[in-house]
Design a protein around this ligand. Structure first.
Ligand code: SF4
Ligand code: SF4
Length: 294
C-alpha cells in the first residue's frame, strides 16, 4: 500500500496514559479543543470502538518533502504542502483491510486516520515503531518524526511487536527552540501556547497578543521543534507522489498571500489541509504574523 512502516500492539486499557491525559485536560492545556474532552473512555480503551478488539495495526506514512519553502518569510507546516493526508491514508487503509481479508479470511476492523478518539502516537509507540519525544511527537530511530499515523483496530489476535526505548537522552533542543515556550516540561505541550494550535485549531477572531512577536513567520502550523530535533537529520524525502507539494506553497511571497482572494483560496486549497483554517482563519494568521514582521 506504500506505507513506510507497520507495527502491531495488543489492545489493553491505557492506564498511565489515561492519568496523563486527565491531568492535561484538567489543566486546560487543550485550550478550546473541546472535542478532546469527549469520549474519554474510548480514547483510553479502543476495545470500546470494536467489540472483541484484540490488536491494533499502526502504519506510518512519511511526509518529509524533497523541496522545502526556502527562505520565505511566511511559513506553512510541511505536513500541509500537498493534498490532505486524511483522504489518501483512509483509502489505503480500506484497501489494506480488503487485501488482508482476501488473504486470511473475514475479520472485523475499524480504520482511522485522526478521525476517531484514538491515541495514535501511543499505539504507534506500543507497536515498536518509535518513541514519543519530548516535543510529544513520535520519533522513528534513524528516520525522524515527519510521519502521518494511521491504524486498523482489529479483532485479530496478532503477535505484538516490542516497544523500543526513548532515545531523547539529555537533549532539550526542542524545548529550547520553541518560540512560545509551549513545551512546558519534557513530554508536555501546552496546546494553548503552541503555534500549531493558535494558527489551526483556535477559531477566535484574534490570536492572543502575548504571541505577537513569537510566531516566527508561521501562518499555518509550526515545524520548529521537529526541525531542530537531531533525529530528523536522518529524515529522507518521501516518495509518495500523492503528497507532492503544491508549487504555490513553495513559492508564494508575502504579497501573494496578502493578495489571495477567497475564491482563489477555495480553488487552490480545495484538497489541502490548509482549508481547515478556512479563508478567514488564514487571513487572521497572516495579519497577526505580519504586524510582528513589519
Ligand atoms: S510546534 Fe512550534 S510552537 Fe508548537 S511546540 Fe513545537 S516549536 Fe513550539
Ligand atoms: S529535540 Fe531532542 S529532546 Fe526534543 S524530541 Fe528530539 S531528541 Fe528528544
Amino acid at each position: 500500500m506504500g506505507f513506510d512502516a507497520c507495527g502491531i500492539a495488543e489492545i489493553k486499557e491505557l492506564y498511565s496514559e489515561a492519568k496523563q491525559l486527565e491531568q492535561w485536560l484538567k489543566n486546560g492545556m487543550h485550550g478550546k479543543m473541546y472535542y478532546m474532552e469527549k469520549y474519554f473512555d474510548i480514547r483510553i480503551n479502543p476495545a470500546l470502538i470494536l467489540p472483541n478488539a484484540k490488536s491494533i495495526i499502526s502504519l506510518l506514512f512519511g511526509y518529509y518533502p524533497k523541496k522545502k519553502q526556502s527562505a520565505l518569510e511566511l511559513k506553512i507546516s510541511k505536513y500541509a504542502y500537498g493534498k490532505d493526508y486524511h483522504f489518501i491514508l483512509k483509502e489505503k487503509l480500506f484497501t489494506l483491510y480488503e487485501v488482508l481479508k482476501e488473504k486470511i479470511g473475514n475479520f472485523n476492523a475499524r480504520a482511522y486516520v485522526d478521525t476517531a478518539p484514538v491515541m495514535d502516537k501511543v499505539w504507534a509507540k506500543k507497536s515498536g515503531l518509535g518513541w514519543i519525544g519530548k516535543h510529544s511527537n513520535l520519533i522513528v530511530k534513524k528516520s525522524g518524526s515527519y510521519y502521518f499515523i494511521a491504524e486498523l483496530i482489529t479483532d485479530l489476535n496478532l503477535n505484538s511487536d516490542t516497544e523500543i526505548k526513548d532515545y531523547c537522552g539529555n537533549c532539550t533542543r526542542c524545548i529550547e527552540a520553541c518560540p512560545t515556550g509551549a513545551i512546558i516540561e519534557p513530554y508536555i505541550v501546552d496546546a494553548r501556547k503552541c503555534i500549531s494550535y493558535l494558527t489551526i485549531e483556535l477559531k477566535d477572531e484574534l490570536i492572543p497578543n502575548e504571541f505577537k512577536d513569537k510566531m516566527s513567520g508561521w501562518i499555518f502550523g509550526c515545524d520548529i521543534c521537529m526541525d531542530v530535533c537531531p533525529w530528523n537529520k536522518f529524515a529522507t524525502p518521501h516518495q509518495h507522489t500523492e503528497l507532492e507539494a503544491m508549487p504555490e506553497i513553495l513559492h508564494f511571497s508575502k504579497k501573494d498571500w496578502e493578495d489571495l482572494s477567497e475564491e482563489q483560496f477555495k480553488i487552490l486549497f480545495k484538497h489541502s489541509p490548509i482549508k481547515r483554517s478556512k479563508f478567514k482563519g488564514l487571513k487572521r494568521n497572516l495579519k497577526f504574523v505580519l504586524t510582528a514582521i513589519e
